[in-house]
Every structure is written in C-alpha cells, then in structure tokens.
Design a protein around this ligand. Structure first.
Ligand code: PGA
Length: 250
C-alpha cells in the first residue's frame, strides 16, 4: 500500500457546486495513480452527493457521535455514515478537542462506536506546545482514546499525529521531530498492546503544502498525511498529489 492522503476539508467549501468541482478535479488527478489512497473528508452535508460520483476517492467524515440514533440535536451517527458508504472518520481532531471541548472520554466512546460500524477511526492526537513533557500529553491522549480496545481493534485504526501549533500556522513540524514522535507512539503501542511496528498506520498533519510534502513522504516511517488548508485549494492540492505520486514512483 502506498501513502495514505487524508484531505480534511473542515468547514469548506461553501457550496455544493464548489465541493463537486474540487472532488471531480482530484478524482481526475488520481487516474493511474493507484499508489496513493486518497480519503476526502468533506462536510457532512456534501457526503451523500459526493458518494454518488464514481471515483477512486474514498470518503471519510470529520467526526461522528458515539450513539447510532437518539436525541442528540445536530449530531451525525456512525451508522448514518456507514449507510452513506463512508469508510473513515477523523476523531479527536484538535479543533474538536479545543474549540468544541471534546474530552478523551468522548473521543474514546466515538472510536469504539466507529469500530462497531466497521468505520476506520483516524484518531488525531497532538500537543498544543512542544515544551518539556509534551510526550506525556501525547501518551495520555493515546491512553484515553484507546481505553478498552484490544490488539485486534488497534490494528484497524489509523493514528494522525498533528501538533496543534503546526495546524494552519504555516509552520510544519520538522520531519525528524515527527519521526521521534512516531517512534514514541510505536513504543507505547508495542508495550501496551504488543503491536508490531507496522500497525497501526501513523500519519502526520499540520501545514503540509507543495513545498514541504516531499520531506515527509520520503520518510518510510510516515505512512501518510492529513492535509487541511491545502486540500481545498485546487491547484495546490493537485501539486501535492503529483509530488507524492512522483516520489512514490521514482
Ligand atoms: P492544515 O490542517 O493542513 O491546514 O494545517 C491540518 C488538519 O487540521 O488536519
């Protein structure tokens, strides 16, 4: 399997027409590039429409609730997502942790609920500042997010390391620092769940663009990327996809 590229569109674009246009552009760009798995996570309201477009793009969601139905005004359930053909769901994104006040317990319930519907959770973790002890912040987010799961469950999930200070700031991490964090995550998963180094897949996210993407894709320990801002800029994202493809085939 080649690199995994997750496009997190966040609360963009503003019309279905624009979403359709972006989706078609990326779909055309993927033709013949089967070494890239592109997962697009649009706003919920565009998913149904985009799911009907025949393409190599896999659909993901940006969040879900922990129950399948009930009185949860404004929420979307993992079962609803599954019924629309969604395969992946980002959980614990820092914007949900810090702006919407989601805590580790809620995120853990969401991870379990997603797994019950056979959705692949992309569990996002990240420190707000890289100060002394930031590793403990990451390990705690893993402990909380994965609480009650077994080795079998962990094999199915994806972890996205997204330092909060790198998101949308234009200040991507240094790949060598990301590698240190990936080794930390692998060490934790090995000691707690006896996971092999190759599972689960670990992505990096935070200010990836066409200028820095190559520095990350050339690292074998980085299984892929979670891309926000650049993934709703058509020309920029096409450049990013092409660079990843060229690198995978060189
Ligand atoms: P960014 O966002 O690429 O705009 O930094 C990444 C993310 O929030 O997932």
């Amino acid at each position: 399997m080649g690199k995994i590229v997750v496009a997190n569109w966040k609360m963009n674009p503003q019309t279905l027409k624009e979403a359709e246009f972006l989706f078609h552009s990326f779909c055309d760009a993927l033709i013949g590039k089967n070494k890239i798995s592109l997962i697009i996570c649009p706003p919920f309201i565009y998913i149904d429409f985009l799911s009907k477009i025949k393409s190599n793009i896999i659909l993901g969601a940006q969040d879900c609730h922990w129950e399948n139905s009930g009185s949860f005004t404004g929420e979307i359930s993992p079962l609803m997502l599954k019924n629309l053909g969604v395969k992946y769901v980002i959980l614990g994104h820092s914007e949900r942790r810090w702006i919407m006040n989601e805590d580790g317990k809620m995120i853990n319930k969401k991870v379990k609920a997603a797994l019950r519907q056979n959705l692949i959770p992309i569990l996002a973790i990240g420190e707000r500042v890289r100060n002394i002890g930031y590793e403990n912040v990451l390990i705690n987010q893993l402990i909380e997010g994965l609480e009650g799961l077994n080795k079998n469950d962990i094999e199915k999930i994806i972890i996205a390391y997204e330092p909060v200070w790198a998101i949308g700031s234009g200040l991507a991490d240094k790949p060598q620092d990301t590698i240190k964090v990936i080794k930390l995550i692998q060490g934790f998963l090995n000691s707690k769940f006896k996971m092999k180094k190759s599972t689960p897949k670990i992505l990096y996210g935070g200010s990836i663009n066409s200028e820095n993407v190559v520095d990350f894709v050339k690292e074998p320990l980085i299984d892929g990327l979670l891309i926000g801002g650049a993934s709703v800029d058509k020309e920029e994202f096409l450049r990013v996809i092409n660079i990843i493809f060229k690198y995978e085939n060189h």
